[in-house]
Design a protein around this ligand. Structure first.
Ligand code: G6P
Length: 489
């Protein structure tokens, strides 16, 4: 018996991600305020509008008491969000530990932490156990809210165990899983002690999606080499059952950014920024303060540029917005001090009594302030050491219709595959090359800037978050129908 597929606008979608699009801050025993969460996953998913979507995830806060949990559940319901409550110990072991100290660095080619290299260490095992337990808690909430015909779309490296839990609950559930980070070469993935169990759980999904063909190919190779399964052009086959694997490059809600530039406050803010930095070219970095973003390397490249180009010293400024993230993980704490140290040294070296070359902010900006900043920027520096896609590059391009600024982009960001033709591509590890590309960007002719911008703007406008979601969901529906046909043959 075949399941009915509803048209998009009535297709019920359960979006499951570790982090909800809003994070909660407690204001009183039963009162909460909600703030938009940071990160590429949330900014893309906020651009997905057409479905009848509900969100299931963690609100980023520990709520041990029932009164608080009830009040927060109610506040979140207005935003169509359903909370998964994780206690402090689980957050420590699952989120800080297994997700952000093991999987995140590994998937970004930074390797496994030294102390966890041996699979037998207790911390690795207990963190993996907590990871599975947390995934089961997400599955329990999904199954409470699931209705027949719903599409369940699981997101990211936090929830690799979820497809298996969901299929065990109901084998007919339509389950998709999408990874927002790179999937590394199989040679990297095979160093992970729980490599096979995680691959098998992901394969329980009907459709598995990645940002680029390379990541999809790496995943299929991991399944063939590590699990000995068969890779086909459609995906991975295990005893006649196919898991479809494909690339679905994400996008943003570009119109939201374009419209923001017409808001009077934004126009006023842009005017003030232009006055504030008059006579100087503005270079911009916007990143979560994460080791994958290559912030120290970027700042060192800027230093090298100033060192070699004395005439530019009082004519250029670098604004680096570094949004604090995962602040309980020691690696992130170390990075914060490292970046502060480098910025302080360079400002001491090249600053004057009235101006400094780098403005470094340890905080996020609200949406409108960010749009104004993107719009007045001459050169954006997105120099991640690795990045699943990187939507900051898309947001910058969306805000540059008037200025046609230059994007310097890491070749190790997924976005290099879509915006590569319009950006200056760099190897972020090569500080000399990045310094030279800063010079190239600052000196670029208006004609060339226009040509490069046209290419990128067209891409960002046509490859939106909505289109990404529609393609994924329709592919998931088709995959399930095809599987049913195969079985009934
Ligand atoms: C990346 C991940 C997301 C995550 C975001 C912010 O974009 O792919 O899953 O939500 O970073 O990180 P956080 O740990 O604060 O959720």
């Amino acid at each position: 018996e075949r399941q009915e597929v509803r048209p998009y606008n009535r297709q019920r979608l359960l979006v499951v991600a570790n982090r909800l699009p809003v994070s909660a801050v407690r204001r009183g025993e039963d009162s909460w305020s909600l703030e938009i969460s940071a990160g590429g996953l949330v900014s893309a998913l906020l651009g997905v509008k057409v479905f009848e979507a509900r969100w299931i995830g963690w609100a980023g806060v520990n709520v041990p008491d029932e009164v608080g949990q009830k009040a927060l559940t109610k506040a979140l319901a207005e935003k169509r969000c359903i909370p998964v409550f994780l206690d402090e110990e689980i957050v420590h072991q699952y989120y800080n530990g297994y997700c952000n100290n093991i999987l995140w660095p590994l998937f970004h080619y930074l390797g496994l932490p030294q102390e966890d290299r041996l699979a037998t260490t207790r911390s690795f095992q207990s963190q993996f156990a907590a990871y599975k337990k947390a995934n089961q808690m997400f599955a329990d909430v999904v199954s409470e809210h699931y209705e027949e015909g719903d599409v369940v779309w699981c997101h990211d490296y936090h929830l690799m165990f979820l497809p298996k839990c969901l299929k065990e609950y109901n084998s007919k559930m339509k389950v998709g899983w999408f990874l927002h980070t790179p999937f590394p070469s199989s040679e990297i993935h095979r160093t992970l002690p729980s490599r096979s169990e995680l691959l098998r759980s992901v394969l329980a999904a009907d459709l598995v999606g990645f940002h680029t063909y390379d990541y999809a190919r790496h995943f299929v190779s991991a399944c063939t080499r590590i699990l000995g399964l068969e890779g086909t052009p459609e995906g991975v086959e295990d005893q006649g059952r196919l898991t479809r694997v494909a690339a679905f490059p994400i996008g943003i809600d570009s119109e939201r950014f374009i419209r923001a530039l017409e808001v009077p406050d934004v126009i006023q803010n842009m005017k003030e920024l232009k006055e504030r930095f008059a006579g100087r070219k503005v270079m911009l970095g916007v990143d979560r303060l994460d080791m994958i973003k290559g912030i120290p390397q970027k700042i060192l490249a800027f230093e090298k540029f100033l060192e070699e180009n004395a005439s530019w010293r009082d004519k250029v400024v670098l604004l680096q917005i570094a949004v604090p993230t995962r602040t309980d993980v020691p690696e992130y704490q170390k990075l914060t001090s490292q970046v502060h140290e480098i910025v302080g040294r360079i400002n001491g070296r090249f600053g004057t009594l009235t101006a400094v070359p780098i403005h470094h902010l340890d905080r996020s900006l609200d949406f409108y302030a960010l749009c104004a900043l993107y719009a007045v920027t001459d050169v954006a520096l997105v120099t991640s050491l690795r990045d699943g896609m990187n939507l900051v590059s898309y947001e910058f391009v969306a805000c540059q219709e008037a200025k046609k600024g230059v994007l310097i982009l890491s070749e190790f960001a997924g976005a290099a595959q879509s915006l590569g033709a319009g950006a200056i591509l760099v190897n972020p590890w090569n500080i000399t090359e990045v310094a030279a590309s800063i010079g190239q960007a600052l000196n670029m002719s208006p004609e060339e800037r226009e040509k490069r911008h046209r290419h990128n703007f067209h891409h960002v406008k046509t490859h939106t978050a909505q289109e990404w979601a529609e393609t994924f969901v329709s592919e998931l529906n088709d995959t399930v129908i095809e599987a049913q046909l195969r079985i009934s043959k």
